[in-house]
Ligand binder design. Sequence first.
Ligand code: SF4
Length: 339
Amino acid sequence: MSRPFLSVANLAVHFPTSDGLVRATDGLSYTLERGKTLGIVGESGSGKSVSSSAILGLHRGTNAQVSGEIWFDGTDLLSLSDEDMRRRRGKDVAMIFQDPLSALHPYYRVGDQISEAYLAHNQVSKRVARARTIEMLDRVGIPQPDRRVDDYPHQFSGGMRQRVMIAMALINDPILLIADEPTTALDVTVQAQILDLLQELQREFNTALIMITHDLGVIAEIADDVLVMYAGRAVEYGATRDLMTQPAMPYTWGLIQSIPDVTRSVDLPLRPIPGNPPSLLNQPPGCAFFARCEYAQFVPGDRCATTLPDLLPLSDGHLKRCHLDHDLASYAVVETGAI
Ligand code: SF4
């Protein structure tokens, strides 16, 4: 049987510190095929970015302890030499960051920064790289690209800067694109334009896309599958339609209830998830969500407090990490008015 295009298996990323071991990601597994989008959603510190950075080898040269397997297009990326990883990073796998202003160098013209990404992986002249840069700026919707290529980052609006970042990420035709909160810093209308552009380019280049976000609304818009992360672990995973229509565990219920809805009555308050995630230095012995979970009362005994639930299949391809079984979950939803 052939491997999926991207297969992450039992990935762990730990950081030794003077206070102890920070388990930023533990036992993470998922797959992704070409042309498809996986949304990874969770609060800050849930391990979304740390785990995705491991695919790009960004923890190499740091004190991070990375284990597990990352099979990408037939190669285990964790077993590559630093030199081979450098060759693939930016070419086969590229990343779009949340804040283009800090990702772009303020003193260099945007065209030079994009060309540099092309020259790093292609034996071509600067003239050819510049022509390719102008072509990409045009492709991502920058007006007058042959003139704007010589502008500096501060001369672009936030939305245009994010388009520049997308042009830079796509200039080498990567087959996997990781977008880390690419629309968080943008106005809602610009956000929609950038999501449309990403989907259009993904279709054109048949790129696999990992969309990292804290916003389930963005996921509902563009992802085929969703991985919900909490405190470094996957807590729910499945097809977007299944997860959005039949979310199966309390943290996902909380995320869905937190999506602002302009059609809801102004008298109805938003339902934020109370409390904060646990410290990754000192994870509780049971379910990491226990201290915030109003549904633990429906699980018999003290299992939520003492036993970490496994990530188990609920139906075909839909997995959840929660001790509530199906009947108890239905009962809890009716009792509490969740979702
Ligand atoms: Fe809540 Fe228990 Fe499920 Fe954790 S295992 S999410 S504490 S019900």
